[in-house]
Design a protein around this ligand. Structure first.
Ligand code: SF4
Length: 87
């Protein structure tokens, strides 16, 4: 049976690539904050924060502009949270 729950876009950071320059934090201040070293942290404390609909445009911009290609958007439902899908 197919889920009827609306998919949520979540932001994934590949920590093996990120170098903490902080462009994503500037574009997504409601989703991310900087840690003391400049690395992005989710404001909601999750590993892959949900991106509000009104921030999706900036999230896509952050994915496209990340100098380390460390960001991706995952389309997930609560049932698939924690599983990775292709960006
Ligand atoms: S823009 Fe990319 S490299 Fe810079 S802090 Fe964000 S994820 Fe890391």
């Amino acid at each position: 049976m197919k889920s009827t729950k609306k998919p949520t876009q979540r932001l994934h950071v590949d920590w093996t690539r990120c170098d903490g320059r902080g462009l994503c934090v500037e574009l997504l201040p409601d989703v991310l904050r900087r840690d003391p070293w400049g690395y992005p942290l989710a404001r909601d404390g999750s590993r892959e924060p949900a991106v509000p609909v009104q921030a999706l445009r900036n999230a896509r911009a952050a994915v496209g502009r990340c100098p380390r290609l460390a960001l991706s958007l995952l389309a997930t439902t609560p049932e698939t949270r924690g599983r990775h899908s292709a960006p």
